[in-house]
Design a binder for this molecule. Structure first.
Ligand code: SF4
Ligand code: SF4
Length: 154
């Protein structure tokens, strides 16, 4: 499962949500995600693109390089570096592909991790609560989603 890069942490405040049945928790997240993103315009924010970077899978690199008429090797050499986990990540943030209008210049071919961020609409929320805990400090939509989930399952 690809993710934006985060460090894992034990004993996070969302740990309590682990008491909720996985299917119930997944449904609560899915509903809250749909409600929040129906109203939230990410173009007014772009905080994820400004402050964190996605990891790039081999498939991402091939797809984006093709879109930019580059060889995959040239693309990685120009834009990416390998981090401490051995993953390809951006050389720097804000993301090179973020425009001043907060639009992504490679939106249609953007990395899988960008498409999935903040990961609140996917299954197995139990297993990524540590990640969600980090994401709510960056993503106002994720923060609202978690608030709604807390209300729904209490
Ligand atoms: S940080 Fe969250 S709300 Fe802001 S642009 Fe990214 S996904 Fe959208
Ligand atoms: S590739 Fe696009 S969506 Fe992903 S971080 Fe960069 S600007 Fe944001």
């Amino acid at each position: 499962m690809s993710k934006r890069k985060r460090h894992k942490k034990k004993g996070h405040p969302l740990e309590a949500l682990k008491q909720i049945k996985p299917a119930v928790l997944d449904n609560a997240f899915a509903e809250a995600d749909e409600e929040v993103f129906a109203e939230f315009d990410c173009l007014t924010c772009a905080n994820c693109c400004k402050t964190t970077g996605p990891l790039f899978t081999d498939g991402d690199i091939e797809r984006i390089a093709r879109h930019l008429n580059m060889r995959p090797g040239s693309f990685t050499e120009t834009y990416l570096r390998i981090d401490e986990d051995g993953d390809y990540v951006l050389r720097s943030v804000p993301c090179t592909f973020l425009g001043e209008d907060n639009r992504c210049s490679i939106y249609d071919v953007r990395p899988k991790a960008c498409r999935e961020y903040p990961h609140t609409h996917q299954k197995r929320q139990h297993s990524i609560l540590h990640l969600t805990e980090k994401n709510i400090a960056i993503c106002p939509a994720a923060e609202k989603i978690v608030q709604k989930v807390m209300q729904a399952v209490k």
